[in-house]
Design a protein around this ligand. Structure first.
Ligand code: ACK
Length: 442
């Protein structure tokens, strides 16, 4: 099995032993799939299972499709004006795909254009994402509209230049706030809000009529506006979900180490439940304030899911592993609810994972609890009293309980009875042993 990484840590690998290696610039290599693992979506003209027109195969296809009327087409010259000639101090960040600049599209860029702050991603022609990912992004973000999906304002494709123009999300990525900033301002209630918004975005994508699998959920792909509203960004790996009596879509395995569902990594069979697993990883990272993969941690903690999932329903050990930066901000009941949700999302058995619509329901109740909690706090503070949000967590002999506080026996393996006994050790150790410490993208 070939496993390769880009500088971003994205992976793309095949189950084939006949894989052909193709180098794509610095630190990145791709194993091309053999034919038995080809992407199985139909192409050409007809509507796709999501109800959207099929992803355009090329630029001509894209431009002749009437489905993108809300997306502006910019010239490269306009992009230069919007970014002041791609000024280095306008750079917001850089990934394996290329550089992201901030910019403004206004009257000076195009006559009559209402001044709009934007983020402009210039895809690196040498990079991992070729036209295929660029087109997928235009296709999905250009046509799907939801408050929890980042808005694609336009694109530019001239000669070798491929740019995407998005709404500007002033607080940047969740990854920056959770892992890169010195003073983390992400309180418990902000994290719940962000998780809820990400869940709503995914639930929308998975919605029956327009089933789309996002495939690349991770903190770097969740962007925040000035009020910590969260939106999913980067649809380069998104795919139409299965349709009719199909149970899955067969794809080459792509995604990010530490986030990809075990059955997807092992079989290439993609379902919306793979996104649910990725969501579980995200919840875990937010609860613990730790990255999904980190080789600088002690060996047994390299893979966050492997190490922490068994502790999620252990009501004595759980509080000890929660991000200390949230100390005193949550109740035991709320913590157990989120931990139990993460536990279920991370089930080895895809069918044991909840639907995203259910995840939204559970997180909504937390938001309500949070509001009530804040009211209580405000009242107490106004009366000069202080309160601790921790509740004593009664424990049983196994030290485990579920969301509703009911006791639950934990099987010896740490796995729920409904879970298939897939041995993920093999795939996890393959991922860990091949990985570059800085890279997490498959
Ligand atoms: O964490 P950040 O500040 O937020 O740095 C990364 C960088 O670009 C590379 O991805 C930022 N970024 C990406 N898209 C946007 C956007 N639409 N608005 C604001 N910042 C963005 C991201």
């Amino acid at each position: 099995m070939g496993v390769c990484f880009s500088a971003q840590g994205q992976f793309q690998f095949s189950q084939s032993q006949n894989s052909q290696k193709k180098t794509l610039g610095k630190n990145s290599a791709v194993y091309q799939m053999n034919t038995d693992c080809k992407e199985s979506s139909a192409v050409g003209g007809k509507p796709s299972p999501s109800g959207l027109p099929l992803p355009p195969k090329n630029i001509k296809d894209l431009q002749s499709n009437p489905g993108y009327e809300n997306v502006d087409i910019f010239t490269y010259e306009e992009m230069k004006l919007a970014t002041k000639q791609f000024r280095p101090d306008y750079i917001l960040g850089e990934g394996g795909f290329g550089v992201v600049y901030k910019g403004v599209v206004d009257e000076n860029v195009r006559a009559g254009y209402k001044s709009t702050k934007v983020a402009i991603k210039e895809l690196n022609p040498e990079g991992f994402q070729g036209d295929r990912e660029w087109l997928a992004e235009v296709n999905y973000l250009g046509q799907l509209s939801h408050p929890n999906l980042v808005k694609l304002i336009g694109y530019c494709c001239e000669d070798d230049h491929r740019l995407l123009v998005y709404e500007y999300m002033s607080l940047g990525s969740l990854e920056k706030h959770l892992f890169r900033r010195v003073g983390c301002t992400l309180t418990w209630s902000k994290r719940v809000k962000i998780a809820l918004h990400a869940a709503k975005g995914l639930a929308f994508l998975h919605g029956a009529e327009r089933s789309v699998i996002y495939r690349d959920l991770k903190t770097a792909n969740i962007l925040l506006d000035e009020c910590y509203n969260a939106k999913l960004a980067d649809f380069g790996l998104a795919k139409d979900g299965p349709s009719g009596d199909q149970t899955h879509v067969s794809t080459r395995v792509m995604g990010t180490y530490g986030y990809a569902a075990p059955e997807y990594v092992m079989t290439g069979h993609l379902t919306s439940r793979s996104d649910v697993y990725g969501f579980g990883v995200l919840l875990l990272e937010m609860l613990l304030g730790k990255r999904a993969m980190d080789k600088s941690r002690p060996c047994r903690e390299h893979n966050l899911v492997e190490w922490a999932r068994p502790l999620l329903n252990h009501n004595k050990k759980l509080p000890r592993i929660i991000d200390p930066r949230m100390d005193g901000q949550y109740t035991t009941k709320a913590l157990m609810k989120v931990a139990d949700l993460a536990y279920q999302c991370l089930s080895q058995n895809p069918k044991g994972r909840p639907l995203m619509s259910h995840v939204v329901e559970v997180l909504e109740t937390l938001k309500e609890d949070g509001n009530a909690q804040e009211e209580v706090m405000a009242n107490l503070h106004s009366r000069g009293k202080s309160v601790t949000l921790y509740e004593a967590a009664p424990s049983d002999s196994q030290g485990t309980r579920n969301v509703d506080g009911q006791r639950r026996r934990r099987p010896e393996s740490g796995r729920s009875k409904s879970e298939a006994s897939i041995d993920t050790d093999q795939y996890v150790s393959a991922l860990v042993s091949d990985s570059d410490p800085e890279s997490t993208k498959i």
